[in-house]
Ligand binder design. Structure first.
Ligand code: BGP
Length: 471
């Protein structure tokens, strides 16, 4: 019989990211990020004031407390601390996060803090971002500053959020600032360089003797062959696995690349006329960090079914919620398809909770030095509406419940999962979807900034307070 009870110290929380919640993107001494001009030029939506978390964090944390949450995921905006990416810190930015963490403590909500959530300072981003190795040094210096400055405030650190999304949206899909379509070698090279930056930060944290734990957050998707009997589909699934998961997981847990992974990396790079470079000493520091790394944050939304694909790359990002408009066919990789009967959201995200379990099994089998998982994001984007004063998001409750069931199954067989953060705490600004794609426990009226708990918030409160999932 499947257990329906979570461990005593399990963390239940909601997730946020600085740029998606804070607002005040160009004030209080904050430096620019590439998104500022990109969004202004597009004119589709503004990150201001998002959900005004910069001014409302205390009342949002009070809501967390009231709704039974004992954790929150937040990120520090690098350009609030170092407006130009390096140099002199901005005192207002530094103070803001001290105040935020103090409020977390006052409300009994444990902060899980990410150093980089898609928002490199413009000075870094425009200067090659992580394709420019000088920026690895800048990231390390920023990380060292934060470890020291917030040593008394923070016990749970993550270096990067979703290197896969950051690199694929920029260098494969071209939907993010300075976007470029299908440059697989730049995508993979940036992934490697960011993993070197991660490794440097992990070693700095451990060498500094700071209390607490450190890890990284990856956006993982299990890659199934569309037709499990088709060797070509199996190969496509392997390609997409390396592009999204494997390079990053090998780097995280092995500190180098398994020969099979390396062979596919080289194939992918060659298919976009590029090469993959590992600098001297990279593997040394990566291997050391792989042993020191404490935890992996898994952001899990969906899995993929891969078909072989021989044509030119053909991509269309569904950023509007018009179901069925997304396409992802990449030369040298394959085509992402949906198996009949598998449900999808209006943004064409595949709903497949079992994939989360398969991913955790895969990691525990392949990387015996993994120590613990947090599910740092999982959730459902919806066009939530207020009807008669209430927001009925039963669909989202079902989505979360199904994922929590697979997490309990994993815990039952001995996989170490210590927390779950729904994306998102409150409705937020979405990078390529603006404000119509809502994810929160708390509905946000973006005009008045009023928060209204959705049905899912009341449901989650019961789960977190009883630590039980009613089945
Ligand atoms: C993850 C990111 C979040 C968030 C979420 C939902 O990839 O870490 O920042 O945006 O996805 O994505 P979207 O807003 O595109 O629906």
């Amino acid at each position: 019989m499947l257990t329906n009870t979570f461990p005593q110290d399990f963390i239940f929380g909601g997730a946020t990211a600085a740029y998606q919640v804070e607002g005040e993107t160009r004030s209080y001494g904050k430096g620019k990020v590439a998104w500022d001009d990109y969004l202004a030029e597009q004119g589709r939506f503004s990150p201001e004031p998002a959900c005004d978390f910069y001014h409302r964090y205390d009342s949002d944390l009070a809501l967390c407390e009231q709704f039974g949450m004992n954790g929150i995921r937040v990120s520090i905006a690098w350009s609030r601390i170092f407006p130009e990416g390096s140099g002199e810190p901005n005192p207002e930015g530094v103070a803001f996060y001290h105040n935020l963490f103090a409020s977390c403590r006052a409300h009994g909500v444990e902060p899980f803090v990410t150093l980089h959530h898609f928002d490199s300072p413009l000075a870094i981003y425009a200067n090659g971002d992580f394709l420019n190795r000088a920026n690895i040094d800048a990231f390390e210096a920023y990380a060292r500053f934060c470890f020291k400055e917030y040593a008394d405030d923070v016990r749970h650190w993550f270096t990067f959020n979703e290197i896969a999304a950051a690199t694929m949206n920029r260098y494969v899909e071209g939907t993010w600032p300075l976007g470029k379509k299908v440059s697989l070698h730049e995508c993979l090279q940036a992934q490697h360089n960011m993993m070197v930056a991660h490794a440097r930060a992990v070693c700095a944290f451990k060498d500094g003797g700071y209390a607490g734990e450190i890890g990284i957050v990856h956006a993982l998707e299990y890659k199934y062959p569309y037709d499990p009997e088709s060797p070509a589909d199996i190969e496509a699934a392997r390609n997409d696995d390396v592009l999204q998961n494997r390079l990053l997981l090998d780097a995280t847990f092995r500190g180098d690349y398994a020969p099979g992974t390396r062979a596919i990396i080289d194939h992918l790079c060659a298919s976009s006329q590029g090469t993959f470079e590992i600098a001297e000493h990279d593997l040394e520091i990566m291997r050391r960090a792989a042993m020191l790394n404490d935890c992996l944050g898994i952001n899990y939304y969906q899995s993929r079914f891969l078909k072989a694909y021989e044509g030119e790359s053909d991509l269309h990002h569904n950023g509007t919620g018009d179901k069925g408009t997304g396409r992802w066919r990449v030369a040298g990789v394959g085509e992402r398809a949906v198996r009949p009967g598998v449900p999808t959201t209006d943004w064409d995200w595949i709903i497949y909770p079992k994939g989360l379990f398969d991913l955790m099994m895969d990691i525990t089998l392949r990387y015996p030095n993994y120590k613990k998982f947090y599910i740092t994001e999982n959730g459902m984007g919806r066009k939530d509406r207020i009807e008669n004063g209430v927001i009925d998001d039963t669909e989202r409750i079902d989505y979360v419940k199904d994922h929590l069931r697979w997490i309990l199954r994993a815990i039952e067989i001995g996989i170490n999962v210590e927390g779950y953060f729904m994306w998102s705490l409150q409705d937020q600004f979405s990078w390529t979807n603006g404000y119509s794609k809502r994810y929160g426990f708390f509905y946000v009226d973006f005009e008045s900034q009023q928060r209204i708990p959705k049905a899912s918030a009341y449901w989650f409160k019961r789960v977190s307070e009883t630590r039980r999932l009613e089945v």
